[in-house]
Design a protein around this ligand. Structure first.
Ligand code: ZN
Length: 384
């Protein structure tokens, strides 16, 4: 296997990306990692720009030329809302093998993400690399705290479906814990859940669900009905906004405690991860110290909301997520609508290297330079 730090001119872009995906995920010091990613980004973004003229315009109008990028922070981040407003693909339609959609909130059109074969392959491998570090590589019985309908069956997939399928790479068998009501409601099937734990409860099992569904439809329901399970070797991965839980004043510590009590597993076995449909495969999982780390092939840049300069450790800003996985859409550097705190660099108590952070809140409204004009029209001379 190639050493990602020894990328010579003889290594192709594909080789360099593959080396990062398949190597150690949290072992590279930040300075080294940043240089490796910046160098890949220069070539990768230029390539995507040739397939996606709107992105080409965005890059040429903002920031420095790709050949001058020396740090990931030099790559101009694309506001993630652009995927809601425009169909941004860098490959011909016949190369798109899957289209991903965000779960749309009322009155908003969902993001549309176009995935080609290369991107799909990288996303699956990358997710496995990250999760292996968090939960180990063995396959085990998989209980999905969701309804089977959420996975879908066509070439169009929602964020929920993509996550359920991706984590399914670790499954030896898959069981869905919820049934969909006629009104579209999501209801636990306690018989199925009880049967799952009486069969597998004494072995390692893997659970996954969206945070709010886990909380409102599983944990609280179980508490109300007095259901308790014994799964001391279980691990629960969960993802998705904390906004509704914050509104109910539920902290992460309380979520972990009460979820652990219902499942009969340690509170520390509930692992939150941060990820988005615009960057499937790139997820940021809680470490044992409760912090989120970026894998080798991706990083975060937490930027000051006004200056957009990277913040120093201890400061809060808007989270940019950067990843070298996508080839079929301009998702390499994305400005999210989330805020996070940069906690430190290379010195998390868990021993993982690189930057580590925590999610703090959703940004209600983000104004980022590089508005829709850049994409919408060829208004020469207009500055975004
Ligand atoms: Zn850590």
């Amino acid at each position: 296997m190639a050493d990602p730090t020894e990328e010579g001119p003889d290594m192709t872009l594909e080789d360099r990306v593959t080396a990062l995906i398949s190597g150690e995920q949290f072992a590279m010091p930040q300075r080294e990692k940043d240089a490796a990613l910046a160098s890949i980004m220069g070539d990768l973004c230029a390539l995507v720009a040739t397939g996606c003229p709107q992105y080409g315009r965005f890059l040429s109008r903002l920031g420095r030329p790709a050949s001058d990028w020396t740090s990931l922070a030099d790559v101009p981040p694309l506001p993630v809302t652009m995927f809601k407003k425009f169909a941004l693909s860098a490959v011909p339609e016949e190369q798109v093998v899957r289209e991903l959609h965000s779960s749309s909130t009322t009155g908003q059109s969902p993001s549309r993400i176009f995935i080609d074969k290369t991107t799909a392959f990288r996303q699956a491998r990358a997710l496995v690399s990250i999760l292996k570090d968090a939960i180990g590589g063995a396959r085990r019985p998989y209980l999905v705290l969701d309804v089977p309908e959420s996975v879908g069956d066509g070439d169009t997939l929602t964020a929920r479906g993509a996550a359920i399928r991706g984590i399914g790479n670790f499954a030896s068998s898959t069981t869905f814990a919820m049934r969909q009501g006629g009104d579209g409601s999501v209801n636990p099937d306690w018989d199925v859940v009880s049967a799952f734990f009486s069969e597998h409860g004494d072995q390692p099992v893997l659970l996954f669900g969206f945070t709010f569904i886990v909380w409102s439809r599983f944990v609280r329901e179980a508490e109300e009905h007095g259901h308790r399970f014994k799964a001391p070797h279980a691990q629960l991965l969960h993802s998705g906004g904390w906004k509704k839980l914050t509104a109910e004043s539920v902290s992460k510590a309380e979520f972990n405690e009460r979820t652990g009590a219902v499942l009969g597993m340690p509170a520390t076995a509930a692992l939150d991860f941060y990820g988005m449909v615009e960057q499937v495969g790139t997820v940021f999982v809680d470490c044992p110290a409760g912090n989120k780390h970026a894998p080798a092939f991706a990083d975060i840049v937490i930027r000051h909301p006004h200056t957009l300069e990277p913040v120093a450790p201890g400061e809060v800003g808007i989270i940019e997520v950067a990843s070298v996985l996508p080839t079929s859409y301009p998702g390499q550097a994305l400005m999210t609508e989330d805020q996070g705190e940069l906690l430190g660099v290379d010195d998390c108590p868990c021993g993982r290297l690189g930057q580590y952070f925590r999610f703090t809140s959703r940004v209600e409204r983000v104004e980022v330079r590089g508005c829709g004009d850049t994409f919408a029209a060829k208004r020469d001379g207009a500055t975004p």
